[in-house]
Design a protein around this ligand. Structure first.
Ligand code: HEM
Ligand code: HEM
Length: 189
């Protein structure tokens, strides 16, 4: 058993006091919740850009892009952690395990495509990222009007794909917690 994966949670208040389930390791759990909070803020901020009044739209851009850029770095660390540590084995039938792996894998992919496409899009449109107004981030492509709208379209389609995956993810969590009444939720807490 890897030291990054823990069994049970007897010592933690609020978690079931038995040792019959495996949890993700501490780094994986922290990264899950940090990315979840950031994405739940970044996604609606991105949508609001299209509806914001002129005097505040640049603030929405700044917050959306700066928080979204953080997701990229956390996801790169998360991929590194995933590759170097053991995840607890998935429970359920072969179909359930396949569905969980597919949705988790696609979430990983889209959570990298999203910030990369947004970052490249804003550079291609000629608005390089100034992270929280503090650091001018180097642009790998510079202003490139010929590909700017393609990158924006990739960003937009990925956003709706991410929303669908998130709905499936929460649906699965609710299914496990309220219908199957198993300990899936505690694996990530
Ligand atoms: C996980 C990270 C991100 C998520 C979930 C996300 C989500 C979104 C969403 C939902 C929209 C609205 C799409 C629509 O109008 O239908 C949007 C727009 C936008 N996002 Fe992001 N975004 C992320 C990261 C970034 C980053 C890192 C940047 C730039 C550094 C960025 C730049 C933009 C821009 C410029 C728009 C306006 C539309 C466009 O030109 O593409 N986003 N984003
Ligand atoms: C908001 C409430 C959320 C809850 C209650 C929740 C719950 C869970 C649970 C219980 C697991 C473990 C599933 C298992 O191992 O069978 C998990 C894993 C995962 N969740 Fe969430 N989640 C939430 C939000 C999110 C968000 C917003 C994202 C990304 C957009 C996300 C992405 C993932 C990924 C990629 C995994 C796989 C774990 C890994 O291999 O790193 N979750 N989540």
């Amino acid at each position: 058993m890897s030291e990054r994966m823990t069994i049970g949670a007897q010592s933690q208040v609020g978690l079931p006091a038995d040792a019959s389930y495996a949890r993700y390791g501490t780094p994986a759990r922290l990264l899950h919740w940090a990315v979840a909070v950031l994405v739940l803020a970044t996604w609606p901020l991105g949508l609001m850009i299209g509806y914001a009044k002129k005097d505040v739209v640049s603030t929405f851009y700044l917050l959306h892009e700066s928080l979204g850029f953080l997701v990229l770095w956390l996801m790169l660390i998360r991929v590194g952690n995933k590759l170097t540590s053991k995840s607890p084995p998935l429970d359920g039938s072969a179909i359930e395990r396949f569905a969980a792996s597919a949705v988790h894998g696609l979430l990983y992919a889209v959570l990298i495509i999203m910030p990369v496409s947004g970052f490249l899009a804003t550079n291609a449109h000629g608005f390089p990222l100034n992270w929280f107004g503090l650091v001018e981030v180097w642009s790998p492509i510079g202003k490139s009007p010929d590909i700017a709208w393609t990158l924006s379209a990739i960003h937009e389609w990925s956003a709706w794909t991410l929303l669908c995956l998130f709905v499936l993810h929460i649906g699965a969590v609710l299914f496990h917690h309220t219908i199957k009444r198993d300990k899936t939720l505690y694996r990530i807490l």
